[in-house]
Design a protein around this ligand. Sequence first.
Ligand code: FES
Ligand code: FES
Length: 185
Amino acid sequence: MFKFTLNQNDVAVDADKNLLEYLREDAHLISVKDGCAEGVCGSCSVLVDGKAWRTCKLTIAKVQGKAVTTLEGLSTREKMIYSWAFGEVGAVQCGFCMPGVVISAKSLLDQNLSPTSAEIKNALRYNLCRCTGYLKIERAIQLASQALRDGEIFSAEAARPKWERAWFAWTLKISCWGQVNLSMI
Ligand code: FES
Ligand code: FES
């Protein structure tokens, strides 16, 4: 008999088996995705005692006595902030990688609410995303960290550094000018 906590509830499992298989097929926690089953993509990640682990490489026996948290186990406030932040900057396309990405983000932000770009990249080193590109994901994690820190949700535009806002405003003017000039030819 193996005992551990799963999303803050005590569970006991008779026989050892692969943790990803248990979470999806027995516990019906389908946020945990089976992307590669080989420890490469990170889409099966969960928190084990606060750290992100790939469940396709774990067994029930290895989490004996530990606290396992899947995306379903996040608080309502955390779910709201992460879904807002990733949506706000367009960091989600197919969404298959997102549960694993958010687990890696939570593992980082639970320890450090003002992460540097290098720290975010390091936290995401085991997560593959084939759709969005990592810049938007990094931006979403910065936005989530700001919302968790300040306790409020705001527009992504307002969170951009001043120089970035000025640069976008300037390039927008140039592109408008270009369009006017072209339409006059
Ligand atoms: S399914 Fe576990 S790392 Fe890809
Ligand atoms: S959003 Fe599609 S793989 Fe990441």
